[in-house]
Design a protein around this ligand. Sequence first.
Ligand code: URA
Length: 208
Amino acid sequence: MSFRVCDHALARHKLTTLRRVETDSPTFRRVIGELGLILAMEALRDLPEADRAIDTPLTAMQAPCLAAPVPCIVAVLRAGLGLTEGARLLLPEAPIGHVGLVRDEHTLQASRYLLRLPPDIAARGALVMDPMLATGGSAIQAVTALKEAGARDIRFACVVAAPEGVARFAAAHPDVPVVAAALDERLDERGYIVPGLGDAGDRCFGTA
Ligand code: URA
């Protein structure tokens, strides 16, 4: 599996805004969307392309376009919704899938309560977005669900990753590349990433 941290000053700057405890929910929601656009750009940088015949105002030429069909963008609910807002701006023609996972606060195990994907998912790639790659449980389950549905060329983008989550995810899905805005130090005893940014879903939707 390839894991890489997005090497971009804007990604680092926006992540710092998300980390600050005083950042309010409307600002958090806006900035995580902006970061979602940057991360989608990074995760999709090598999408398949095909040349097409086009006309510029001056001449005809062969010009590169994305090969069809474009990948599906998949939000892992709830916090992934904030990230996919930005990715949708980048790739407006992409269908949006949803995977609903809820984490038991005691066992830290994620269980799935929803899966909605486009019917032609087997013909597309997929960009799965979830802000926190903590224990890796949710990310692994989300990608497993996509594979079971037939998706191929799956990529995963998150805001903050913990070393534990990266290792577990790589063992489960070595074929799925991961892009993050940062690799943090560790998980605490409640499964939160440290230094992290807190509960991404609560901060995004004002439910803390
Ligand atoms: N989920 C979050 O929202 N934050 C963490 O730090 C870990 C999991």
